[in-house]
Ligand binder design. Structure first.
Ligand code: AP5
Length: 224
């Protein structure tokens, strides 16, 4: 299989490191990163009708309705050529089944579901310490602080804290994950194309674990 045709799902609770790892994997394998959270935040920043529709759900730390998310993802996937990695989708059983239907209808299949395992206690500290730049760089005051306080290393713009990264909203997001998203681990594990990596390890070790699983499937990009 060519690495650039890979179809991957990255599962994990809020703050497990999906976005951090997705960027590295997509760069390494030459596939497209599709994050539903990033997509909704971009729509919000642009003030579109979709952005307005999803803003309140995101602010409260609850899920955007399945019908809205499924439609957005299907239209994004329709427009893509080559492989992709889904980050933050699917998040409910309905979304997973809808993705299955989409893939079947297009004669495609998932190659691998990568899950990042994390203990919820560590997440609150991790997410309340996250700072992001509008250029896409993501920092962490504990594990990846910017060189100058409050300023992006890459573009020198001021760093922001996500509206849903307050302690109360992080706890709400974790409850929603436990109720609605964690059942997907069993769903995909039983499907047989599933691997789990400890998301509490240092970033580079998590990357190594994920890449080992993908390379076993696709062959190392340096070899292909
Ligand atoms: P979304 O943006 O997808 O948020 P999330 O799933 O809660 O995940 P996060 O982005 O918070 O964390 P992450 O796992 O990407 O971690 P990151 O790499 O940034 O969704 C937001 C909202 O949109 C949802 O609540 C919902 O309302 C809506 N939504 C989105 N998709 C939806 C869907 N499918 N259905 C319905 N609604 C949907 O890392 C976190 C921090 O930790 C960073 O500071 C990073 O630097 C640091 N870090 C990363 N890895 C490590 C490590 N190994 N060690 C130490 N620090 C680390």
């Amino acid at each position: 299989m060519s690495a650039t045709e890979l179809r991957l799902v990255l599962l994990g609770c809020p703050g497990a490191g999906k976005g951090t790892q997705a960027k590295v994997l997509c760069e390494r394998y030459g596939i497209t990163h599709l994050s539903t959270g990033d997509c909704f935040r971009a729509e919000g920043a642009a003030g579109t009708a979709l952005g307005k529709k999803v803003a309140d759900y995101m602010k409260r730390g609850v899920l955007v309705p399945d019908a809205v998310v499924n439609e957005v993802v299907a239209s994004k996937l329709d427009a893509l050529k080559g492989g992709w990695l889904l980050d933050g989708f699917p998040r409910t059983l309905d979304q997973a089944q809808e993705l299955d239907r989409y893939l079947r209808a297009n004669g495609q299949k998932l190659d691998l579901v990568l899950a990042l395992a994390m203990k919820p206690e560590e997440i609150v500290r991790r997410l309340t310490s996250r700072r992001s730049c509008s250029c896409g760089e993501v920092y962490n005051l504990l594990s990846r602080p910017p060189r100058a306080e409050g300023v992006c290393d890459k573009c020198a713009k001021p760093l922001l804290q996500r509206e849903d990264d307050t302690e109360a909203t992080v706890r709400k997001r974790l409850m929603v994950y436990e109720d609605l998203t964690s059942p997907l681990v069993a769903y995909y594990r039983s499907g047989g194309v599933f691997t789990e990596v400890d998301g509490s390890l240092p970033v580079s070790d998590v990357t190594k674990g994920l890449c080992a699983a993908v390379d076993a499937l696709a062959g190392s990009p340096s070899k292909s």
